[in-house]
Design a protein around this ligand. Structure first.
Ligand code: ADP
Length: 405
């Protein structure tokens, strides 16, 4: 098993100047990674899966196998396509956002001047996997969500299939499904085994969730990085566009997520990581802080409160930095608790245990504060790299009938 790390792509591409050829740089990085696996391990690699950034989109010509456009990056917005997408999709559908894969597809379709008959849409992970297995036009139901795939029906919906560009849509498999063996020229070039399988992948954030191995409904992962993101495994699918809450399918369960604008970025603005460590040592996590903040970097919050005009609240600031930090950590913990309560109110399985990842998860005092505020056990994830989650999918593909459990 080997997986593809997004951070490595970023490091690599930064070396390039001005006009970035993302597609070429991702391909180069994939081959660097294949070459990076120690030679002695290559011959025992059973399978490969890749996670990619959700909604990063590439359109390929199936005849020449060349890209028909530059890559559309995950955060790129195509507002020109939004009115049309809104006119065909159900209200509040996840594709009704300028950065959705479907908006990117429609924007390309309406502006590309030449023949489009042999065009195929791929997500970043699909495209990289295709380089390895050679079967064009295969995706997974996590990556395909933002182009409009319905994971509950396990098909593209009729409103999408009736569009003139529907022939571009890739076929969709469960994440971690074997697609084929590694192409002969690649495996012989690098020394991978003849039966090395290439499996469908997933998105970065789902791979990071899989890495934490929260496999039962009620288990959740809170990522405390620059922002606070929560993901809960639920028996029921939950969606609410007002709060940016939507569900990804994971086998027969649903991964419900929401992301607040609060998080570590505010802390970084106030304290260095060393200060955070030193000050945290002096906090008594069993004591309730009387300070009530709403730490935000800028105006506006989406989850668990949808209020684009919400002002950051970080005052009054006490003289003691220990008390100040205690107040901020406890306030962020309250936002986390409110997030899980909102998911429950929207119909998700109630949270029973929180596994935590990201820069804030190393703070043991914060974990204790969060256990008190959430009223739940909180533990640090053993594995947090998305690449580890992708490797679990590769293992699933190699072991028939295995599930995410
Ligand atoms: P991202 O990948 O989203 O940029 P990371 O997962 O690397 O973020 O986490 C970085 C964040 O973790 C920073 O905002 C920093 O303030 C916070 N952080 C680092 N050390 C601590 C600590 N001991 N306690 C709480 N937060 C911390």
């Amino acid at each position: 098993m080997h997986a593809f790390k997004r951070n490595e792509i970023v490091l690599f591409t930064r070396k390039k100047e001005e006009k970035m050829d993302w597609i070429q740089s991702w391909k180069d990085t994939l081959f660097l990674l294949l070459d990076d696996v120690p030679v002695s391990l290559r011959e025992v690699v059973a399978s490969v899966a890749i996670d990619g950034t959700s909604a990063t989109t590439i359109i390929i010509d199936s005849r020449s196998e060349e890209p028909l456009s530059r890559a559309f990056l995950y955060n790129e917005s195509c507002p020109d396509a939004l009115p049309l997408v809104k006119s065909i999709a159900p209200a509040k559908h996840t594709v009704c956002s300028g950065s959705s894969t479907l908006c990117k597809l429609v924007s390309w379709w309406n502006s590309y001047p030449s023949s489009k008959e042999s065009a195929v849409l791929l997500h970043q992970a699909d495209w990289l996997l295709w380089l390895l297995h050679g079967k064009l036009g295969v995706s997974d139901y996590n990556n395909a969500l933002k182009v409009g795939y319905d994971p509950q029906m396990d098909s593209y919906p009729p409103w999408l299939l009736s569009q003139p560009y529907s022939h571009l849509l890739p076929s969709v498999q469960d994440p971690g499904t074997k697609i084929g063996c590694m192409k002969e020229d690649i495996r012989t070039q690098f020394g991978y085994p003849k039966d090395c399988l290439i499996c469908t992948g997933t998105t970065d954030s789902i791979a990071a969730f899989l890495a934490a191995r929260a496999t039962q409904p009620g288990k959740a992962v809170t990522s405390l990085g620059s922002t606070l993101a929560i993901k809960l495994l639920s028996s029921r699918r939950v969606e609410d566009a007002r709060f940016g809450v939507y569900s990804h399918r994971l086998d027969d369960k649903w991964l419900v997520g929401g992301a607040s604008n609060t998080g570590g970025a505010v802390l970084r603005h106030l304290f260095t990581d060393e200060q955070l460590e030193k000050l945290s040592e002096q906090i008594n996590p069993f004591e309730i802080s009387p300070l009530d903040y709403y730490p935000l970097q800028a105006v506006g919050e989406r989850f668990p409160v949808a209020d684009p005009k919400m002002e950051p609240r970080l005052h009054p600031r006490p003289e003691s930095d220990v008390e100040y930090l205690h107040g901020i950590l406890e306030s962020i913990a309250r936002i986390e608790a409110k997030g899980y309560k909102l998911l429950k109110d929207l119909g998700a399985t109630p949270v029973e245990e929180v596994i935590t990842s990201g820069g804030g998860s190393k703070n043991q005092k914060w974990i204790k504060i969060r256990e008190r505020v959430l009223g739940l056990p909180v533990c640090k994830a053993d594995q947090t790299e998305a690449a580890y989650g992708a490797a679990l999918l590769a293992m699933k593909g190699a072991c028939e009938n295995a599930t995410f459990d």
